[in-house]
Design a protein around this ligand. Sequence first.
Ligand SMILES: [Zn+2]
Length: 198
Amino acid sequence: MGDYFERIVDVEVTAEEAGPLAERMVDWMVAEGLITRELSGDGVFSHPVREGYVRGPNWARAVADSSNRDWLPGPVAVIVGRNYYVCGQGADEASCAVCPRCQSKTVIINYPYEFERDDEVWQPFEDGIAAWKETGEGSAPCSTCGASVPVTQWQWEPGFAVGALAFDFWDWPELSASFCATFSRQLGHRTVEHGGKV
Ligand SMILES: [Zn+2]
């Protein structure tokens, strides 16, 4: 199986709300039987979080296909605090981002011609994200329309997200679309889902 994760990031919650909201989500998942309150560090690589909640008796309700009886999911780690998330192995940037004001796309890694980021293009985004992590506010200018767009409003490629609350499902079969929709409704915010391997 390897160390796969599927991640749901709340891209709207503030850092101040994230802690209490994380507790409410854990309460809800425990009540639904998806997880228990028992913590385990087995197969959890959600830096800086070292432990996750062990699967509950009803874990299969969250996944698209639970027919493989040998596949038992690992813990669910909850990460609170402003952070950016990348699903690609070794990647530390978004490959592109779309400006919400003018809809133009800024290309950071010019796939399939290049496999390295354009540092000059990425730098303002990196700076904006660093400022947001530090203070809760940070933006990067759109090179097309000139607008200074908050990093939480840029439409990142699906493998990249910025948010103050994330849930890592370690070694779970694919989460069902209906579960992800319910999860997002429980959060009361827009979410981004992606997966990867460490
Ligand atoms: Zn723009």
